[in-house]
Design a protein around this ligand. Structure first.
Ligand SMILES: [Mg+2]
Ligand SMILES: [Zn+2]
Length: 239
C-alpha cells in the first residue's frame, strides 16, 4: 500500500458474508420457476439487476413466516464476526453494499450474533423489502438514475460517495460487484467476480473466507520492523 493511505472497506453481502445467496434461496424455494428465465436475461446483460430483482420477486408466493424461517437458516461465514471485530479495532470504516434486502441482512447479522452499527443497519446500503397487507413490497433507495447498468443498488455510485478520499478495498463474489470492483484500489474476489476479474486482467486477490482477507490486511498494515532490530535478530539466530 503506497504512502499508507487510510482505507475503507466496501463489502458485498450475499455469497460473500453469507455462504449462500439469500435472494437465490428465496427464489428457488418460494418463487415460480420462471425466475430462472429472468436470471438468464440478467446474466446475458439484457436487463440490469434492478429490473431482474423486481420481476423475480413478483414471482414469490410466501407468507412472512415462511420467508423469515428461510432467512433464519442462512449460514454466515464463521470467520466474519472475527474479521468485523478486527476492522472495528483498526478503525477502518466498513460498509455493506448489496442488491439484497436491508431487513433481511439485518436479520441474518443479528442471528449471527453481530451487533453495533452493522446489525443496526446504519452501514448497510441495500434494497428494501416490506410487507404490505400480506404482499411483498420491494424498493430500491440506492439505485442511481444516472447508472447505465440498471443496478438495484448502485455499488459504484455508493463507493464514490462514501468516504470518497480513502483507499478503497472491495470484497465480493458476484457479477453485481463487477462495476465497483473495476474502480476499487484493492479487490478480494471469489466466485463469478474472481472469474470476471481474471477474464479482464483486473487485479484481484482470491479468497475463500474472511480469515484470509484479515491475514492479508494484517500484513499490509503491519508496521515495517526497524532495520537494526531485524539485523540483531539475524545475528542472534546465526550465533
Ligand atoms: Mg454476492
Ligand atoms: Zn450502477
Amino acid at each position: 500500500m503506497a504512502q499508507n493511505p487510510k482505507p475503507v472497506i466496501f463489502c458485498d453481502f450475499d455469497g460473500t458474508i453469507t455462504e449462500i445467496d439469500v435472494t437465490d434461496q428465496i427464489l428457488s424455494e418460494l418463487a415460480h420457476p420462471s425466475w430462472r428465465e429472468v436470471e438468464q436475461e440478467w446474466v446475458r446483460g439484457t436487463i440490469g439487476s434492478r429490473e431482474c430483482l423486481e420481476r423475480q420477486m413478483a414471482l414469490v408466493k410466501a407468507s412472512e413466516r415462511e420467508l423469515n424461517a428461510l432467512v433464519d437458516a442462512i449460514p454466515v461465514d464463521s470467520s466474519f464476526a472475527g474479521f468485523y471485530d478486527f476492522v472495528e479495532k483498526r478503525g477502518i470504516p466498513f460498509f455493506i453494499l448489496s442488491d439484497g434486502f436491508h431487513s433481511v441482512i439485518r436479520r441474518v447479522l443479528r442471528k449471527a450474533g453481530l451487533g453495533g452499527p452493522l446489525a443496526s443497519g446504519r452501514r448497510v446500503f441495500a434494497s428494501t423489502l416490506e410487507w404490505d397487507a400480506g404482499f411483498l413490497r420491494i424498493q430500491f433507495p440506492f439505485a442511481n438514475p444516472g447508472c447505465r447498468h440498471g443496478c438495484a443498488t448502485c455499488k459504484l455510485a455508493l463507493m464514490k460517495k462514501l468516504e470518497s478520499r480513502r483507499w478503497k478495498i472491495f470484497i465480493g463474489d458476484g457479477l453485481s460487484d463487477r462495476f465497483a470492483a473495476e474502480r476499487a484500489d484493492l479487490v478480494y474476489a471469489k466466485g463469478h467476480l474472481l472469474a470476471y476479474c481474471r477474464d479482464r486482467g483486473l487485479k484481484a486477490r482470491p479468497f475463500e473466507n474472511f480469515t484470509e482477507v484479515q491475514e492479508d490486511l494484517e500484513k499490509r498494515f503491519a508496521p515495517r520492523p526497524a532495520r537494526r532490530r531485524l539485523t540483531s535478530r539475524r545475528v542472534l539466530a546465526a550465533s
